[in-house]
Structure formats: structure tokens, C-alpha cells
Design a protein around this ligand. Structure first.
Ligand SMILES: Cc1cc2nc3c(=O)[nH]c(=O)nc-3n(C[C@H](O)[C@H](O)[C@H](O)COP(=O)(O)O)c2cc1C
Length: 161
């Protein structure tokens, strides 16, 4: 596809409004790692499975491919700065973050709408991404409004007119 077609496809895909998550795990040295992800979605309730995709070009890719467990943290409306930090080039993305170790020692961000702990069960090639389909082992939720992403910009919920 030409560069302009790719840009145009990106704009059409951006019309699908999503929530925003931060996917977290630990590297081989036990250091927490994470990135901002909006490709997260539910797949199956029985068995409980979720999906997300990870760009092949990201330095964290081998860490996620090797991990046995990881977490998906669904960001709340007041966590735009968290999303920006986990999508940035900052070397320590956990600096200043409020988090605690959860089941299987995965890093769980505090103040989220929901947190999920996953077992890294299936990985599939998906073009320039690797697609993770993973089993939900533990989850929680809280009554907070979500952070949304639409048309390349952060949004909040607003009531239908
Ligand atoms: C709202 C938003 C959603 C994103 N969703 C994904 C995603 O689903 N998969 C992915 O691989 N990268 C996604 N990214 C990009 C990564 O978070 C970002 O490229 C990465 O953390 C930068 O890492 P690097 O500095 O190591 O290249 C998203 C970024 C933003 C801002």
C-alpha cells in the first residue's frame, strides 16, 4: 500500500473509538515494563480470553513474548498522563507511577477502571504485529469513568444528546 493509502487507512481505523490500557509485565531482571495499548478487546467468556496486538518494532516485544504472565490495566478518565508516559520514549516509564505487585508478581497500576491478570497462552503472527490471545486468571473493577481514544485524540464519555 502507498504511504497515503496507509495514512488514510489509519484515519479510518481511528474512527473505531476504544478505551486505553497499559499492558505490564516484568523483564528477565524483574524490572517492571509496560506500554500503552488500545488494541485490547474481549474474545471469549468460557474459557475467559482477551486479545491485543503488539508491534514487532517495539523493544519490549521480546519481553512480552517470553513472559508467562502479564496484566492489562484499563485506564480511567483522569489517567491521560499515565497513557502518555507509557507511550513515550522515557526510559523508566514506571517513574512516579502508583502501582503494586499483583498475582504472579505482575505490576498492577492503581486508580484504573479495571485490572486483569493474564496467562500468556497463545501468540499468533499478525502482519507487522504479534497477536496475544490470553487467559484471564484474575480481574477487578471500580466505578470510574474510562479514558477513551478516538481519531488519534484522547476523549471522555459524554451523554448522548
Ligand atoms: C492510545 C495509544 C494506543 C496504542 N496502542 C498500541 C497497541 O495496541 N499496540 C502496540 O504495539 N502499540 C500501541 N501503541 C504504541 C505504543 O504504546 C508506543 O509505540 C510504544 O510504547 C513506544 O515504545 P518505544 O518508545 O519503545 O518505541 C499505542 C499508543 C497510544 C498512544
Amino acid at each position: 500500500m502507498s504511504h497515503s493509502s496507509t495514512q488514510s487507512l489509519r484515519r479510518s481505523l481511528g474512527m473505531f473509538a476504544t478505551g486505553v490500557t497499559v499492558v505490564t509485565t516484568r523483564d528477565a531482571e524483574g524490572e517492571p515494563v509496560g506500554l500503552t495499548v488500545n488494541s485490547f478487546n474481549s474474545v471469549s467468556l468460557d474459557p475467559p480470553l482477551i486479545v491485543w496486538s503488539l508491534s514487532l518494532s517495539l523493544p519490549v516485544r521480546p519481553v512480552f513474548e517470553a513472559c508467562t504472565h502479564y496484566a492489562v490495566n484499563v485506564l480511567a478518565a483522569d489517567q491521560e498522563a499515565v497513557s502518555r508516559q507509557f507511550a513515550s520514549r522515557k526510559p523508566d516509564r514506571f517513574a512516579g507511577m502508583d502501582w503494586h505487585p499483583g498475582e504472579h508478581d505482575v505490576p498492577l497500576l492503581n486508580g484504573c477502571c479495571a485490572n486483569f491478570v493474564l496467562r500468556n497462552t497463545h501468540m499468533q503472527p499478525g502482519g507487522d504485529h504479534v497477536v496475544f490471545i490470553s487467559e484471564v486468571l484474575w480481574f477487578t473493577r471500580s466505578e470510574r469513568d474510562p479514558l477513551l481514544y478516538f481519531g488519534g485524540a484522547y476523549r471522555g464519555l459524554s451523554p448522548l444528546a
